[in-house]
Every structure is written in structure tokens, then in C-alpha cells.
Design a protein around this ligand. Structure first.
Ligand SMILES: [Zn+2]
Length: 136
């Protein structure tokens, strides 16, 4: 006898899988260090990753249970989009498109100066910048 459980709440699996691979590499890194406790982990999240902060925090709490990271604090820092235009040489922040229906500002991937397509220099990735550990 099996049951099919269909949750009606919206857990976004994306954040969970991203967090899971982040934590795996963090734990590998921590293996080569001696410490008593992990206090804080700083995660830089690029705007273009569209990862939800709440979902990441939720995933962090769940996925760190029973690991060396349990009870540590997750600090999320936003990374704004920075672009470079090969046509006119512009380098800097992206322009934003206000979208009422999304209630958010969406970065435009065209050059603010000449309107051609740009390369994204920053804002596409999600990475750990520091892990604070303590020794009692
Ligand atoms: Zn340009």
C-alpha cells in the first residue's frame, strides 16, 4: 500500500538543490580545518540567479541539521548585476526594467549606452565568500 502525497505549499526545489551542492563543497573544505563550531557562513547571491532568500534560508536550516554546520548563521549578501559592452566599452551596473506584474526590477542585458547586448560580469553566480569558525 503506497500513498501519494501531493503538497500544496510551494517549496521551490531549486534553492534546495543549489544549497545542497554549496554545503557539500563547504563541508569538503572544512574537512581540512580544525575547529569546534561553525559560526557563520556568508553567501553572495547574484541578482540573476533569481534564488529566493527565504527559500535559501529554509534550505540551509534543513540541510545543515546533523552536520558540522548545524546552528550556524547564514548571511546572504546580494550581488548587483554588472555588465560590459564590447561594442562601446561600457562597463558598470546594468539598467533595470520595472515590471509591475512581477513587483520587481529586472536587470536588462543590453547596454545602457548603445543598446547592444552585453556580457554579464557579475550577478550570475552564487558563492560562499567566507566561513567563520570558532575554537573554544
Ligand atoms: Zn554599449
Amino acid at each position: 500500500m503506497s500513498n501519494i502525497y501531493q503538497p500544496t505549499f510551494g517549496v521551490r526545489m531549486h534553492e534546495v538543490s543549489v544549497m545542497s551542492s554549496i554545503l557539500e563543497s563547504v563541508r569538503n573544505e572544512l574537512d581540512s580545518h580544525t575547529f569546534d563550531k561553525v559560526e557563520e557562513l556568508v553567501l553572495v547571491v547574484g541578482e540573476l540567479t533569481y534564488l529566493g532568500k527565504d527559500q535559501l534560508e529554509f534550505a540551509y536550516e534543513i540541510l545543515t541539521r546533523g552536520t558540522v554546520l548545524e546552528g550556524s548563521k547564514l548571511v546572504i549578501e546580494d550581488e548587483a548585476v554588472e555588465v560590459r559592452c564590447d561594442s562601446c566599452g561600457y562597463k558598470g551596473p546594468a539598467e533595470y526594467l520595472s515590471d509591475e506584474s512581477f513587483h520587481t526590477n529586472i536587470p536588462k542585458l543590453t547596454c545602457p549606452k548603445c543598446g547592444l547586448n552585453v556580457q554579464v560580469l557579475k550577478g550570475k553566480s552564487c558563492r560562499v565568500t567566507s566561513v567563520k569558525v570558532v575554537n573554544d
